[in-house]
Design a protein around this ligand. Structure first.
Ligand code: HAM
Length: 534
């Protein structure tokens, strides 16, 4: 990445060594990504469509967000120390602030430094933390070049080797840093940050009541792929943003979530809830936790040891077997919530009972994203092995303000891992009967073809899935193909049928055959669709 300043040279090298485009090779999907093929894709569509239908009955509306956003948006909201931001994002420089010189001579690099200085002062380069750091490096190198012992550059001679090497390094730093200046972006690892950004950008706080949004789509995290864990994965998420943080909002989205899971046949799920406190009470608890953790530091693994100082709460997330008995002895947040958080949590539990939603309290549920306050929750499902969380979420009351929005706006939401939800449905064998191909038009003879084209369109207009072979097939081959494609009916149109204006409809499951007029045919198929076997 740091070598970006040398892009020009690297590209030349690449061009020279590029394999011949005519060379034969097969491509495969990138590690951690996969194709979702039919018939699985039908199950995916059904799951996503069911989410839309359920969520809309709760007043949620679809939001479509960009797939990439400024890296800093994710760093600020999810947390720079979180695994997601620290090591899992796919990042790239989306727009360079300054064009790099084509042939980077000393003079042109110095000119470049002047150019960057000017652009920075005029505010033409976005003042992101990353740009600040790069600009700092560049200015420092530039100043050193101007004031160092090796001035003037033009007078530098071979015997002055040390000075020359330093100068070359400083020039390389200028080039490198200038190459890094611009808008650093990342593929979204999740969509809460983007939703909040959109909420602020479009002044949605001015909308009446709470704003309820849902989204579906791909997210990207550079994790080690395994069953249920991918680098491109999908989420179905929902967010509520607005002035109220009533526990009934938390309970209602949990109700909606569990209604959705029941609707798609995911019944063997467990809902875990917790409260991780707020700005007032959590820091004191974290300090206490840290003190206790320091006492047992030697018994912890390297990750937990590091987290004691960087993010002590995350130690509670550890799955390492030898750390479990130690964690069990640590102080629990429930005993350290401030009165307001404690009341919020107990009201949430009352609300869950009111709605008959079964849940388990899990004091270790801290979640890996920094924006959470108070309520956190997760749902696990069966058949998924170690990656058994199908949904995670919680409250993020300070996030809108943190990202420069209206103070006092509250937020709560969740995201379902679509891949995992679908895996779990498939493992349970509780699959829905999704409509497949309804009618295969088996036409034979030139006279039958126009009739076939016309009836295929009429059936499709009525919403039936119809396969019309583009070329004439022998009768046996036609019916064989209809069978292989899983059609429910073959609609046979030969020269006889074409002449008499009738159709022969054959039900493939039991070979029952009927000769029908067009009106009767349409009526028959419609009634079959409405019937118990539809
Ligand atoms: P999260 O817990 O990071 O939360 O992700 C939510 C769900 O996405 C997980 O429970 C899991 O099912 C799925 N998931 C995460 N990473 C992967 C992966 N690499 N492969 C497959 N599935 C994965 C969030 O993303 C928050 N934005 C949720 C939220 C919304 N909180 C408030 N609002």
């Amino acid at each position: 990445m740091r070598a970006r300043g040398y892009l020009v040279w690297t590209d030349d090298f690449r061009a020279a060594s590029r394999p011949k485009m005519t060379e034969k090779r097969q491509f495969r999907a990138i590690k951690g990504t996969r194709d979702i093929l039919p018939p699985d894709s039908a199950l995916w569509n059904w799951v996503e469509q069911t989410a839309r239908e359920v969520f809309e009955t709760y007043g949620f509306r679809d939001i479509r967000l960009p797939i990439f956003e400024e890296t800093e948006l994710f760093a600020r909201s999810i947390g720079g120390e979180s695994d997601i931001v620290f090591k899992e994002m796919f990042s790239f420089l989306e727009s360079r602030a300054i064009e790099l010189p084509q042939s980077p001579s000393i003079g042109r690099i110095l000119q470049l430094a002047e150019l960057v200085n000017g652009a920075w002062e005029r505010g033409e380069i976005p003042k992101t933390a990353r740009n600040e750091a790069e600009f700092g490096r560049l200015s420092h190198a530039h100043q050193q070049l101007q004031s160092g012992p090796f001035v003037p550059l033009a007078a530098m001679t071979a015997p002055n080797r040390d000075g020359l090497e330093t100068a070359v390094q400083l020039l390389a730093t200028i080039l490198d840093s200038a190459g890094e200046l611009g808008v650093q972006t990342s593929l979204r690892p999740e969509a809460t940050a983007g939703s909040v950004r959109a909420y602020i950008e479009h002044g949605m706080h001015a909308l009446p009541g709470n704003v309820k949004l849902y989204y579906t789509g791909p997210m990207f995290r550079r994790e080690r792929p395994q069953k249920g864990r991918y680098r491109q994965f999908y989420q179905i998420g929902a967010e509520v943003l607005g002035p109220s943080d009533a526990p009934a909002i938390d309970a209602e989205i949990l109700e909606m979530l569990l209604v959705f899971f029941a609707r798609v046949g995911l019944t063997k799920t467990t809902l875990y809830v917790n409260s991780i406190g707020c700005k007032a009470c959590r820091p004191k608890y974290v300090e206490l936790l840290r003190e206790e953790l320091r006492k047992v530091k030697d018994q912890l693994g390297p990750d937990s040891q590091r987290r004691i100082e960087t993010n002590a709460l995350r130690v509670l997330d550890s799955k390492l077997p030898h750390e479990q008995p130690i964690i069990e002895t640590l102080p629990r947040i429930s005993g350290h919530l401030c009165p307001a958080c404690s009341e919020h949590f107990s009201k949430l539990k009352d609300e869950l009972k009111l709605r008959n939603l079964a849940y388990q309290e899990n004091w270790r549920l801290v979640r890996g994203l920094d924006y959470y306050t108070r309520t956190t929750f997760e749902v696990t499902a069966e058949g998924l092995g170690s990656q058994n969380a199908v949904c995670g979420g919680g409250r993020y009351d300070g996030l809108v303000e943190l990202l420069g929005g209206q103070p006092g706006v509250k937020g709560i939401g969740f995201a379902i891992g679509t891949d995992r939800a679908i895996l779990s449905i498939q493992e349970s064998g509780n699959l829905p009967r999704l409509p497949g191909l309804a009618v295969f038009v088996a036409w034979m003879g030139a006279k039958a073809y126009p009739v076939a084209v016309s009836i295929a369109r009429k059936l499709r207009n009525r919403g039936f899935a119809v396969e019309l072979p583009p070329e004439e097939l022998k009768f046996k081959k036609s019916l064989g193909l209809a069978d292989k494609l899983g059609a429910r009916y073959a609609l046979i149109i030969g020269e006889d049928e074409a002449a008499s204006g009738t159709y022969t409809l054959k039900r493939l499951a039991d070979a029952e055959q009927k000769k029908l007029s067009e009106t009767d045919l349409l009526e028959h198929l419609e009634s079959e669709r409405r019937g118990p076997h539809a």
